[in-house]
Design a binder for this molecule. Structure first.
Ligand SMILES: Nc1ncnc2c1ncn2[C@@H]1O[C@H](COP(=O)(O)OP(=O)(O)OP(=O)(O)O)[C@@H](O)[C@H]1O
Ligand SMILES: CC(=O)N[C@H]1[C@@H]2OC[C@@H](O2)[C@@H](O)[C@@H]1O[C@H](C)C(=O)O
Length: 379
């Protein structure tokens, strides 16, 4: 029984993330008891094919009629995870198609019951709904894992983690407080856009998936008036907790429509850096160092813009500087959170999502649970 195994000590959990960039599925193994990270294990990645990506792209912003997109997500995860042995539990984030915590809720597609059946393992999924139902933002959820990583490195002073995915999210955490859900241990929120508008710009203008190594942005000059407009957007000044949907800053794309490709890219990069810098102002104390994960850390234009725009005395460094794999932090986070949920520990708290009290979100499905669903689907 999983419950008995979890009582005995740490287990190997397999976490997955299919992020807002729609590039593919990340998977990573973590040996953990949901409180401490004992070891980091194998990782794997499966890109979505062009055809799959266009199905997922069409699903963005939608709350229903998502069967085809869900099948793409379920199929890609089953294929990737089937090749990874040794896990006792899976944390399955799924793919966010729409996020409106103050309104319609939050929507992640991919059915964990089917994955439990395909892998013959218990699967924790639907991590965000319970938090939203209790008045939280449902995001970001990686902060408790960031806190565990900060403790693992032996840090005693506050540490900041910045994820530059489609959207940017910042975690400030105090590793001297053992319980991540305790008051003062974690403050986290989405700062603004990261790669999503830039990816959309180069897709529309150049037919490319991304601004490889920031080549376009490095050749351009940011439009100061547009950057200032983004920095004065109501979201940026709003006191956290707060979270964004992938396309909440899509208006920035319209704002750069009159600029050449290079200047438009440089402007979108500067908007990311400026809104992160403003976000740092919401932290209880300025951190000495911001550890960056997510694909944006591989874009030198973004890293330089950040280094230039954050307040003096704050160093910007990739998480590789402390021996971590910046592509896998989110997948590892959902392995860690799966164990927390299975142990009945919270996965979010007022400081991370604004939920009224610490809550453990997530449904646990076991291999047999899919039988009724499969019979239903077969008609
Ligand atoms: N070499 C590179 N040069 C420029 N940009 C890059 C490079 N490598 C990755 N990226 C950017 O990183 C993005 C992918 O980042 P990541 O996988 O962290 O996002 P995600 O997990 O899908 O998003 P989120 O964290 O918002 O859910 C790509 O879409 C691209 O914009
Ligand atoms: C609703 C949703 O899926 N949000 C994502 C998205 O991508 C980055 C940022 O916005 C963050 O809030 C979150 O993902 C990470 C994994 C999180 O929950 O920590």
């Amino acid at each position: 029984m999983l419950r008995d195994r979890l009582r005995e000590g740490p287990v190997w959990a397999l976490g997955t993330m299919s992020g807002t960039s729609l590039d593919g599925v990340d998977a990573a193994m973590v040996l953990t008891d949901g409180e401490e990270v004992f070891a980091l294990g194998d990782t794997a990645y499966r890109p979505y094919s062009e055809a799959e990506r266009s199905v997922l792209r069409a699903a963005l912003g939608r709350w229903d009629g998502l069967e085809d997109a869900a099948a793409v997500v379920e199929g890609a995860h089953a294929e990737l995870l089937a090749g990874m042995g040794g896990a006792e539990l899976v944390g399955f984030h799924g793919q966010t198609t729409a996020h409106d915590p103050g309104g319609r809720g939050t929507c992640q597609i991919g059915d964990g019951r089917l994955l439990a059946h395909a892998l013959d393992l218990p699967v924790v999924w639907d991590f965000r709904s319970a938090d939203v139902a209790l008045g939280g933002q449902g995001a970001p959820l990686a902060p408790f894992y960031h806190h565990a990583l900060a403790r693992r490195t032996g840090a005693s002073a506050p540490v900041a983690f910045l994820n530059l995915g489609g959207v940017a999210n910042l975690t400030w955490c105090d590793p001297s407080i053992a319980d991540p859900a305790a008051p003062g241990a974690c403050l986290a929120f989405d700062t603004g856009p990261a790669n999503a508008p830039l990816d959309d710009l180069v897709a529309a203008r150049r037919g490319l998936g991304r601004d490889e190594d920031g080549a376009l942005a490095l050749a351009g000059r940011a439009d100061a008036a547009i950057v200032a407009r983004a920095a004065s957007h109501g979201y940026v000044a709003r006191i956290p907790p707060k979270s964004l949907d992938r396309d909440d800053f899509a208006w920035a794309l319209d704002a750069v429509a009159g600029l050449g490709d290079e200047d438009a890219a440089a402007t979108l990069v500067a908007i990311c850096a400026e809104t992160v810098s403003a976000g740092l102002g919401h932290c209880p104390h300025p951190p000495a160092r911001v550890l960056v994960c997510g694909g944006g850390r591989l874009n030198p234009a973004m890293m330089r813009a950040l280094a230039r725009r954050v307040p003096d005395g704050i160093e910007i460094a990739p998480v590789e500087d402390i021996g971590l794999d910046g592509d896998m932090i989110e997948a590892q986070a959902f392995a860690f959170l799966a164990v927390r949920v299975a142990r009945g520990l919270p996965s979010s708290c007022p400081g991370t999502t604004g939920v009224a009290a610490a809550v453990g979100g997530g449904e646990i499905s076991h291999p047999g649970d899919a039988l009724a669903l499969l019979e239903d689907r077969q008609g």
